[in-house]
Design a protein around this ligand. Structure first.
Ligand SMILES: Nc1ncnc2c1ncn2[C@@H]1O[C@H](COP(=O)(O)OP(=O)(O)OP(=O)(O)O)[C@@H](O)[C@H]1O
Ligand SMILES: [Mg+2]
Length: 225
């Protein structure tokens, strides 16, 4: 099985002032293989989101090694990281993070634009994804005209528009009721199984964690095995 992510001894410290620092990550090791469906769990403040952001190239570690698809990304320039991120990685967040002034279709298309898709291709792709998410009839709705579960499905479509092999989700069901959470989780599992996309999911939800085949446990910024 191919390794998608290898992280070794990842550290991240936030400096609040000269005397006050927070060691968010204190030497974390991670290994993710192609097709994995992995949960990151642990108490609030243990570094889950920090780790996810680093694995998704939204943030940089202070030290440690990190490779994605065998590319050393720990010292990669921001421009290159941006390109890699747009091409390979999709993100889903707890609060959906859709742009409120854009319609569902436009939200998905905008992500396609960032990924370099031409106008015609991104519209076709966005419409196909809306259909796949069962939301074709909601294409022209703005986020506040959609339910939480529908917004998260739009956010998932947005994450998929550039066909990433890796999808990172931070509490994707955190703002959903339990029935809707299960629907979203079923959808993620299906994308994992049928399209072999790799998922890393930060979660507090036991049902979500149980659906995951592997678990990374963190405590105080360290692996907790
Ligand atoms: N930008 C920041 N500046 C300063 N400290 C931060 C910053 N981001 C996170 N921290 C601190 O780093 C630690 C890890 O934060 P992180 O957000 O990764 O936790 P988490 O495990 O995702 O928690 P939760 O389950 O509550 O979302 C926390 O103690 C937090 O206060
Ligand atoms: Mg968090």
């Amino acid at each position: 099985m191919k390794n998608i992510i290898i992280g070794k001894n990842l550290k991240k410290c936030y400096k609040m002032s000269k005397t006050n620092t927070v060691n968010a990550l204190n030497g974390v090791d991670v290994e993710i293989q192609e097709g994995d469906f992995t949960a990151i769990v642990g108490p609030s403040g243990c570094g889950k989101s920090t780790l996810l952001h680093i694995l998704g190239l939204l943030d940089r570690p202070d030290s440690g090694e990190l490779s994605i698809d065998e590319i050393d990304v720990s010292k990669m320039k921001e421009r290159q990281a941006y390109k890699l991120r747009a091409k390979k990685i999709g993100f889903v967040f707890q609060g959906f993070n859709l742009i409120p002034t854009l319609t569902a279709l436009e939200n998905i298309m905008l992500a396609g634009q960032y990924g370099g898709l031409k106008p015609k291709a991104r519209k076709e792709k966005a419409l196909a994804l809306l259909e796949k998410m069962g939301l074709k009839d909601r294409a022209n709705h703005k986020p506040n005209e959609l339910s939480g579960g529908q917004q998260q499905r739009i956010a998932l479509a947005r994450a998929l528009v550039n066909d990433p092999s890796l999808i990172l989700a931070d509490e994707p069901t955190g703002e959903l009721d339990s029935k809707t959470s299960l629907e979203i989780i079923e959808m993620l599992k299906k994308l994992n199984k049928e399209e072999n996309r790799t998922f890393i999911i930060v979660t507090h939800n036991n049902e979500v964690a149980e659906a995951c085949k592997k678990t990374i446990r963190l405590r105080d910024g360290k692996n907790d095995n």
